[in-house]
Design a binder for this molecule. Structure first.
Ligand SMILES: [Zn+2]
Length: 131
């Protein structure tokens, strides 16, 4: 429960803004990869509510939220759907997923470890997709 006032009267603070931004970035990447279905969106919501608690304990980590939410969703998708997001830069070889770097830091990127390249910023997969 929220001890600070009534539901709906809660001011939007910087942490809530950071959570909203992280949610929007990861959703943009999901849309870019055409997996933004209802249950996938709920995975993002689950991550955001979990990370809301996390960032309230550690407000300095607000800048890390996009990378953390991206990794949460990636893990959840791996269990239910498989690898995401698939690497768009390697023309041959086994399909493999991109990874978030840094795992815990600001300005996270999707990286292909096989090719050793930064593919896109988290939230920027649409611009990197050759599709
Ligand atoms: Zn690759």
């Amino acid at each position: 429960m929220d001890p600070h006032g009534e539901p709906g009267a809660h001011p939007v603070g910087p942490l809530e803004q950071a959570l909203h931004a992280a949610r929007a970035l990861v959703l943009a990447d999901l849309v870019a990869r055409e997996v933004a279905e209802a249950d996938v969106v709920s995975m993002v919501e689950d991550s955001v509510s979990h990370r809301r608690w996390w960032v309230e304990q550690w407000p300095d980590g607000a800048g890390f939220l996009p990378g953390l939410v991206a990794q949460d969703v990636q893990d959840a998708l791996l269990e239910r759907y498989g690898r995401w997001p698939l690497c768009p830069v390697c023309p041959t070889g086994d399909p493999h997923a991109l990874e978030v770097e840094p795992e815990l830091g600001p300005d996270p990127h999707w990286v292909c470890h096989k090719a050793g390249v930064k593919v896109a910023a988290v939230g920027g997969l649409a611009g990197a997709a050759p599709s």
